[in-house]
Write a protein that binds this ligand. Structure first.
Ligand code: ADP
Length: 925
């Protein structure tokens, strides 16, 4: 640097040649050059710069060496705005300094953050006035760096502490909180470290601390205090209650004191973990275990003291594993003896088989429990009846039953009582069956549960038929059943004895005989009816005699029953009180269905209103009634009836009843309907024929008119000897005439066919022929028609030959019809023909791409005279398809169409290869 200084031509600078420098400048520059710390001097108001070696790096690579002797504002343009004013202050005599000032230097070839303490101080001249600014530097980079590293470490640690699952906090020797992580804050109910620090001195007011056993812990024993006394401890479990929140937790505490060099405690670190849940789980487990033990004990005591026998046994061997005292008493064996026996060993021999089978099903797991009644043979040989219910006791890991628990109840007494009852019943039955009457029994609610043999013999009802509340439907005469049932229901309700007469049907021949039925209630100790005991005695003979005498209207009845109509009688309101037997025969119902208003219910709903109206009208006028209506038969069908009736006058001449008859008029009605239908059909066909005739005459007339015109042209030409009537023109005329004649011919043929078909004279001449060849021939023959329509010959897809038996000419007619239609309705588009074998059948398809046919017309077009009418369309009679179908059907086949409007049509003919003839009106020659 000395060299550099010497190299500068100072006389060109503001300070002038070195010799003239004032001595403070000289002294300062010398000091500066010798100093090891960076030093810089700006002299004079020109700020002429001096600096030493140590300062050089601060200038970097760009400012040195020009800076030496240069002016500060020129060297530091980027800093001048900042340091200029400061230096002004220095000129006023003040010093400045700054610590850890950062400068980015390139002293080692790359930019580097460096830190400096620096100071600006004034340098004075001999007169004491400020003449320069001395800048000294001390580098502090290393110090700054180490501080920063320390801070980073602290942050890192803090981070770790804050993210720990455990709570952790430190206290100083005054028990003040120094630090506390988030978990610990949360556990103590603090929202910030400051709050914790504020609360620490009064911690006793905030928390209550108890030992795991629940003893309150005095403050000196709290972890904070212990650790500050220098104790080190771990996993001390304490219960802490936060007084304010009234919540508590169990914490596991560890404490570590931190000592200084002299061995004095400087800090205490306490970590704690919330173990509340773990504790709780442990507690629960304990109490669960206690509950199990308790229930086990309870089971034991039930097992031993139970009033029923309990036996644990091995389902595989059947050996008893453990039995209770009651079971010992029941069987007379000791537990010791039973441990060598299986349950089969002590089961009564007659029950063993059944018992074993039932148990096996259960042990295999197909039944949830096993229940049975059986007998044990006691050690002393006595037999006891027991009710046994077995359930699965425990299952092995493979799901196999390890043991069964049987509950055994002694039912010997009940069983004997029951057997005694059964015995009594048996004796009763013998007795009841020896009586000449029908004997029966019923439960208090009227359900029959016993009939003696007489009943089954007389009624023919099967002994296995269900009895129920109505003993065998159809035994009591329909006329008596309502009355009988009502009497029986009354007895059941009141407990009064039953007394009723009714006719019962004899199973042998279906006749009814009168019976007197009596029943008396059997009462229990408390007076309630426990049973009905009844008898039915045959009183038919005496009854008939009574009846004969009693019935004065016998003659009337006999008459009404003989005449072919059904006879009825109604009151003036219309309710019926008599219907003759014949009614039931005709309609198939019993009297109960007709009497009262029943008759009107059976009338067809559509007729009912009218009938009732008519009845009211005639009844009001007291004139005869007559109406027709349909009645629902018991077979579910309606039949027509004519009802006629007359008012009846009593002795006083007043109308009191109507008497009348019902006559079946089904046949008349049907005949009528049929007639109507026929007439309508007839009208329709007359209309169709009229339409046809006008259509046909129009159709016939068109070619005729053309022919006539052509004939006139010819005639005129011949008369006038017209030169234009050359050979060519004549040929044309002849050709045209031929076409019209062909058209006429076709029309006439069709019409002839129709009449043939109608009169059943369609004749088939069957012969062996080849379908494919036939189709080829027809296509060839029609070539000129395709030409006339400017169509290519239809493409034909067919196998080589399909032999069959059919009427050649008729089949030709079918094909011609379909092809002609395809030309006429095909819209000038190409036509395709397919012939194929389908098993024993031949299938012919004619497809066009023309107008198509709407689905609703698919069937109709095959009818006679039916056409799909469209404006300005091809003329025709609507016969072609009809004839086609008749011919195909006569061969045993059929024809149908597949088509959609606008998408062309495909007509499909399917025929047996060998015609199966025999349609109506078909002759085969
Ligand atoms: P006609 O053509 O003389 O009226 P047809 O019995 O041959 O009598 O046909 C009955 C009707 O069926 C025709 O009027 C026509 O509307 C319809 N039809 C027949 N063939 C076709 C076809 N290929 N495409 C569209 N419509 C058809």
């Amino acid at each position: 640097m000395g060299a550099l200084m010497r190299a500068v031509d100072w006389s060109k600078t503001a300070v002038g040649p070195v010799e003239g420098w004032p001595s403070p400048l000289k002294t300062t520059v010398r000091t500066l050059l010798e100093c090891r710390l960076p030093m810089y001097l700006a002299w004079g108001r020109e700020f002429t710069q001096f600096y030493n070696d140590a300062y050089r790096p601060i200038l970097g690579s760009t400012k040195h060496p020009q800076a030496m002797g240069g002016r500060a504002p020129e060297t530091w343009p980027e800093l001048w705005a900042t340091i200029g004013p400061m230096w002004d202050e220095v000129w006023r005599g003040r010093s400045f300094g700054s610590d850890n000032f950062r400068l980015t230097l390139e002293r080692n070839g790359y930019p580097e953050d460096c830190y400096f303490n620096f100071s600006y101080s004034p340098v004075r001249d001999e007169a004491g006035a400020v003449a320069g600014v001395l800048v000294t530097f001390a580098e502090t980079t290393a110090q700054v760096m180490s501080e920063r590293r320390l801070m980073e470490e602290r942050d890192k640690l803090n981070n770790i502490l804050q993210n720990l699952n455990d709570g952790i906090f430190t206290v100083d020797t005054g028990a003040n909180i120094v630090d506390m992580n988030a978990v610990a804050l949360r556990m103590h109910g603090y929202s910030s470290l400051e709050e914790a620090q504020r609360a620490a001195p009064s911690r006793e007011a905030h928390f209550e601390v108890r030992t795991a056993e629940g003893k309150v812990l005095p403050l000196p024993e709290w972890p904070v205090m212990r650790v500050l006394r220098g104790e080190r401890f771990s996993d001390v479990e304490l219960r802490v209650r936060l007084r304010k929140q009234d919540s508590s937790w169990i914490g596991s505490y560890s404490g570590t004191p931190i000592h200084d060099a002299q061995g004095n405690v400087r800090l205490g670190v306490i970590s704690l973990r919330d173990v509340t849940e773990r504790r709780q789980l442990l507690e629960n487990e304990k109490s669960a275990r206690r509950a199990v033990e308790k229930s086990e004990a309870k089971f034991r005591s039930i097992f031993n003291l139970a009033a029923v026998g309990i036996a644990r046994s091995d389902p595989q061997s059947g050996l008893f594993l453990e039995v209770n005292r009651r079971f010992e008493e029941l069987t007379g064996y000791s537990a010791e003896e039973l441990s060598r026996l299986t349950f089969s060993d002590i089961t009564h021999p007659e029950d063993r088989q059944r018992d074993r089978e039932g148990f096996r099903a259960f042990a295999q797991g197909s039944l949830p429990s096993f229940r049975t009644q059986k007998r044990y043979v006691r050690k002393d040989g006595r037999v006891v009846w027991v009710n046994l219910e077995a359930v699965a006791g425990a299952h092995g890991p493979d799901g196999r039953m390890l043991e069964t628990i049987g509950i055994i109840q002694d039912i010997t007494e009940e069983k004997q009582a029951l057997l005694a009852v059964e015995e009594r019943e048996r004796r009763f039955r013998v007795l009841a069956n020896s009586m000449p009457q029908i004997v029966w029994m019923a439960r208090p609610d009227g359900t029959f549960d016993y009939f003696n043999e007489r009943w089954f013999e007389y009624t023919g009802v099967s002994e296995t038929a269900p009895m129920g509340p109505v003993p065998c439907e159809g035994v009591v005469h329909p006329d008596d059943s309502t009355r009988g049932r009502e009497a029986w229901l009354l007895s059941i309700r009141t407990g009064e004895p039953l007394y009723t007469e009714s006719r019962l049907r004899r199973g042998d021949d279906g006749t009814y005989r009168w019976f007197l039925t009596r029943a008396i209630p059997v009462r229990g100790d408390d007076g309630a009816v426990v049973r009905w005991f009844g008898t039915s005695t045959d009183i038919d003979q005496q009854k008939r005699a009574e009846e004969l005498l009693a019935h004065s209207g016998e003659l009337f009845r006999r008459v009404t029953e003989t005449i072919p109509q059904a006879v009825w009688r109604t009151n003036l309101d219309g309710s019926a009180d008599y219907f003759s037997q014949r009614f039931y025969e005709i309609v198939g119902y019993g009297p109960k269905d007709f009497l009262g208003w029943g008759w009107s219910e059976l009338i067809h709903p559509d007729d009912r209103h009218h009938v009732l109206e008519e009845w009211r009208r005639c009844r009001d006028a007291l004139i005869p009634v007559s109406y027709e209506f349909r009645v629902l038969g018991s077979d579910g069908r309606y039949r027509w009836f004519l009802a006629q009736g007359n008012p009846h006058r009593n002795e006083r001449g007043e109308v009191d009843k109507y008497y009348g008859t019902w006559t079946r008029i089904d046949e008349q009605k049907h005949a009528q309907a049929e007639l109507l239908e026929l007439t309508q059909e007839l009208q329709a066909s007359v209309r169709a024929r009229d339409e046809f005739l006008s259509l046909a005459s129009h159709e016939l007339k068109t070619p005729l008119t053309t022919l006539k015109l052509q004939a006139q042209v010819l005639q005129r030409g011949v008369e006038k000897n017209d030169a234009r009537l050359g050979r060519e023109r004549l040929g044309q005329l002849a050709e045209q005439s031929k076409r019209q004649i062909a058209r006429l011919e076709r029309l006439i043929d069709d019409m002839l066919d129709i009449s043939r078909i109608r009169t059943g004279r369609l004749t088939l001449r069957l012969e062996k022929a080849d379908f494919v060849e036939l189709v080829r021939e027809v296509l060839e023959r029609m070539q000129h028609q395709f030409d006339a329509a400017r169509l290519p010959a239809p493409e034909l897809s067919a196998s080589a030959a399909i032999a069959g038996v059919f009427d050649r000419l008729r089949m030709e007619q079918v094909m011609t019809n379909l092809l002609t239609n395809a030309i006429r309705y095909g819209g000038g588009q190409p036509i395709a023909v397919r012939v194929a074998e389908a098993g024993e059948r031949v299938r012919l398809e004619v497809s066009d791409r023309g107008v198509g046919i709407a689905p609703e017309d698919h069937e109709r077009i095959f009818e006679r005279f039916e056409r799909v009418m469209r404006p300005s369309e091809v003329s025709g009679l609507g016969l072609g398809l009809f004839i086609t179908r008749q011919i195909v059907r006569a061969h045993g086949g059929d024809v149908r169409v597949e088509s959609q409007l606008g998408h062309g049509s495909t007509f499909i003919v399917e025929l047996p290869r060998t015609a199966v003839t025999g349609g109506e009106g078909v002759h085969v020659v």
